[in-house]
Ligand binder design. Structure first.
Ligand code: PMP
Length: 362
């Protein structure tokens, strides 16, 4: 299909063309039912099979570790910023937060509304242009959990490895890099992600957690904000975002077809290397924003010599069919989000465009 945009949006973001086409083919009549998946009861066998398949496929991609379960929730990762401390940051406990950038700060803001918190590591002094060093963590005895953001979508930083937190559950907001590479789920008590970058369309938030962490919700919490409500009802306590969950299942199938997480990681590495190498070799015309040891393979942030030149870059790139290259409004600059579904050819086209732009304006 030739009229697909070069889509570098930060989220909602590019989805695999194969997935969109498959969804299109069964959009009106799902598996001979004479209905779209969107028109069916979430209590029926046809939908429930899709729902359960999405959950088991996700766990399988993560190596099927025992004792973990998947929840499909609504309200975005932003709701998890509050729901997590509401459920786990109980009386007499404190929660550690890694202060790594814009999204970590939003998580911290919510947790502070609920209970006692401390900053376990911070890169604020480096203007969040690197991930904090977590090699000498100190966690008090009554720490409920340690929260980190595996990939800062706005700044463009990403953790290479995760700390050993012993008996303290490690919890990660993986909204912008989940399933971009293999990771050891057993190192985590819980990970969560809004789907709209690497997993599917917006509308569903995936929570993957050790079962025992989902069973300690304080008695006073309203039903919908309790992890145990959703865990005890297979995420079917209320009407789930069925179409989004169906799409997540299709994206997970596509990931399997790419050689699962190791295959996806290799492709992501190739795309990120191509773009960062080009930036590094542009003789300072393009400047990467983040420290090399923390560079994100998902969100590549860079700048030009002036804001005027950046504006011109956006304008000319849009004319050539490149979408979403403007940096987040809070930090400015430029950003190319190259999630799993962004093809190598799109990154190659971007690098060619950047070369041309440099020749004309450098
Ligand atoms: N965390 C991170 C790392 C994100 O990138 C985002 C969205 N860009 C969020 C949380 C918030 O997600 P949502 O919009 O699904 O609430």
């Amino acid at each position: 299909m030739s009229n697909r945009a070069f889509n570098f949006n930060a989220g909602p973001a590019a989805l695999p063309l194969e997935v969109l086409e498959r969804a299109q083919a069964e959009f009106v009549d799902f598996h001979g039912t004479g209905m779209s998946i969107m028109e069916m009861s979430h209590r029926g066998a046809v939908y429930e099979a899709v729902h359960n398949e999405a959950s088991s496929r996700l766990l399988k991609l993560l190596g099927n570790p025992s004792g973990y379960m998947v929840l499909f929730l609504q309200g975005g990762a932003s709701t998890q910023f509050a729901m997590l401390p509401m459920n786990l940051l109980t009386e007499g406990k404190t929660a550690g937060y890694v202060k790594s950038g814009s999204w970590a700060n939003k998580a911290i803001k919510e947790a502070k509304l609920i209970g006692d918190t401390f900053i376990a590591g911070s890169s604020e002094a480096d203007k969040y242009m690197r991930m904090p060093d977590l090699s000498s963590l100190s966690l008090p005895e009554h720490t409920a959990y340690l929260h980190l953001t595996s990939n800062e979508t706005i700044e463009g930083t990403q953790f290479r490895e995760f700390p050993d937190t012993g008996n303290v559950p490690l919890i990660a907001d993986m909204s912008s890099d989940i399933l971009c590479r293999p990771f050891d789920l057993t190192q985590f008590g819980m990970v969560y992600a809004g789907a709209q970058k690497n997993l599917g369309p917006s509308g569903v938030t995936v929570v993957i957690a050790r079962e025992e962490l989902l069973q300690n919700s304080p008695k006073h919490l309203p039903t919908m904000f309790r992890y145990d409500t959703h865990a005890d009802n297979n995420s079917l306590y209320n009407t789930p975002p069925s179409f989004s969950i169906y799409m997540v299942n299709e994206v997970l199938k596509w990931i399997e077809e790419q050689g699962a997480l190791t295959g996806v990681e290799q492709k992501n590495r190739e795309k990120a290397d191509l773009l960062y190498r080009f930036i590094d070799e542009s003789n300072g015309f393009f400047r990467g924003c983040t420290q090399p040891d923390s560079r994100s393979t998902m969100n590549v942030t860079f700048r030009l010599a002036s804001e005027e030149l950046e504006k011109l870059f956006i304008k000319e790139s849009e004319k050539e069919g490149f979408i979403g290259l403007k940096g987040h409004r809070s930090v400015g600059g430029l950003r190319a989000s190259i999630y799993n579904a962004v093809p190598y050819a799109a990154v190659k086209a971007l690098v060619d465009f950047m070369g041309q732009f440099q020749k004309t304006h450098g």
